[in-house]
Design a binder for this molecule. Structure first.
Ligand SMILES: [Fe+2]
Ligand SMILES: [Fe+2]
Length: 150
């Protein structure tokens, strides 16, 4: 995924809106999964997922703020949220979304830095640190190694 590093402000707004749509997706998924995941072995992760939901909301607000700063319109459309009755599947959906989100933000940070938008880079770095924790929580709950991001 070696995409564009030098991008315009307009393109940055487009990409941040994709990020925002993913944050909405994450909020919705974590709200639903945290309340519907069943089974004693999932009690701990259910509480974690509830925490994630709140963190994703803060990410969404921070991304929307940056879009507004770039004179863009924050999107009102989440990316599609997959649902399942199978707790393992829910956690796998989340894991894959977090992995994708981490790859996107990694690229976004490079793009922000290349634009000289260091405040944006700072906001994104704070977000990406939390996404990394989300990924780790999910990998732990699934009993797997934390996936490599590249
Ligand atoms: Fe997020
Ligand atoms: Fe996350």
């Amino acid at each position: 995924m070696k995409e564009e590093t030098k991008i315009s402000r307009e393109r940055m707004v487009e990409l941040l809106n994709e990020d925002l749509a993913r944050e909405y997706q994450a909020i919705i998924a974590y709200v639903i999964y945290s309340q519907t995941i069943k089974g004693a072995e999932y009690n701990h992760i259910a509480q974690e997922l509830e925490k994630h939901a709140g963190e994703e909301l803060q990410h969404a607000i921070n991304i929307a703020k940056q879009i507004d700063y770039f004179n863009g319109e924050p999107t009102n459309k989440p990316k599609e949220v997959k649902v399942s009755d199978d707790p393992k599947k829910m956690l796998q959906f989340d894991l894959e979304n977090e992995r994708q989100t981490l790859m996107n933000y990694r690229q976004r940070i490079q793009q922000a830095d290349a634009m000289g938008e260091f405040a944006l880079g700072e906001v994104l770095r704070e977000i990406i640190a939390q996404e990394q924790e989300h990924l780790q929580d999910l990998a732990d709950a699934l009993g797997i190694d934390t996936p490599k991001i590249e």
